[in-house]
Design a protein around this ligand. Structure first.
Ligand code: GRF
Length: 239
């Protein structure tokens, strides 16, 4: 298995930018329990785990890593890290039944924030309702542009000059909920789909840590489609 660390290490992403978030610093509550859902490589999961390990994302811990694919590389990484894992194969099962198992597992592990990290499943309405404004997803484009699969290739083929990534709350529509963090990536003359996707992925790893810190801080409201930081609270971010 490829070590996700060799794919992208957030420490090496931008050189000059060191992110540090102190979520929950004022409340001293126990760490916010994250449930990670993934279906494949798991580099976003790895980046989140590494942010927690390195102290860049305070006030959060990974309670469980769940996959719908038993062979997912990210699951193997989670096991190597000694994290609790669970597999609920989705193939051939009704969405509602499968999701009920996943919800039960998340609850059994005391999960407060669900992070979809390359989870290749649409969530049922019951799932979304079970964690209101407590499910995040990462998408490799500046939404609402290029929702759906292969967003990096879509942006490249369209001739976009700027693309990027978005971390958003999950609602019942695909790649649609309120946006928490976006990071832009220029499309360079020398790019092909692969080099562009690689640079976007580096920004994804930074964006997910920032978005989790924002949610864990609790210092926000969602007004309609808009994620809004509460006035006079929280600390300035690097952005
Ligand atoms: C990422 O590009 C993410 O934006 C998309 O799926 C991909 C997952 O990559 N939703 P990884 O498994 O986290 O490496």
């Amino acid at each position: 298995m490829t070590d996700p660390a060799s794919v992208v290490n957030p420490d090496r992403c931008t050189g000059s930018i060191i992110l540090e978030f102190s979520a929950n610093s004022q409340t001293h509550r126990p760490p916010f329990r994250l449930g990670i859902l993934l279906s494949g490589r798991g580099s976003n999961f790895w980046a989140i785990a590494e942010s927690i390990r390195a102290g860049r994302l305070k006030g959060a811990e990974i309670a469980v890593v769940i996959s719908n694919v038993a062979e997912a590389a990210g699951l193997a990484t989670a096991r190597e890290m000694g994290l609790p894992t669970a597999v609920f194969e989705s193939r051939g099962r009704k969405r509602e039944e499968h999701d009920a198992d996943v919800i039960a597992s998340l609850r059994a592990h005391g999960v407060e924030l669900v992070c979809l990290a390359g989870y290749m499943r649409l969530l049922s309405p019951q799932f979304v309702a079970a964690f209101p404004h407590r499910i995040l997803n990462i998408h490799p484009s500046l939404l609402p542009a290029f929702p759906g699969l292969e967003a990096q290739e879509q942006a490249f083929a369209y001739g976009a000059k700027v693309t990027g990534c978005s971390v958003h709350f999950v609602d019942e529509e695909l790649d649609h909920g309120a946006i928490v963090v976006q990071r832009a990536v220029p499309v360079l003359e020398a790019d092909d789909e692969h080099s562009l996707a690689e640079r976007i992925l580096k920004e994804e790893h930074l964006a997910y840590t920032e978005a989790i810190a924002r949610v864990v801080s609790g210092e926000f409201e969602v007004r309609g489609r808009r994620y809004v930081k509460k006035q006079g609270t929280g600390r300035a971010s690097s952005y």
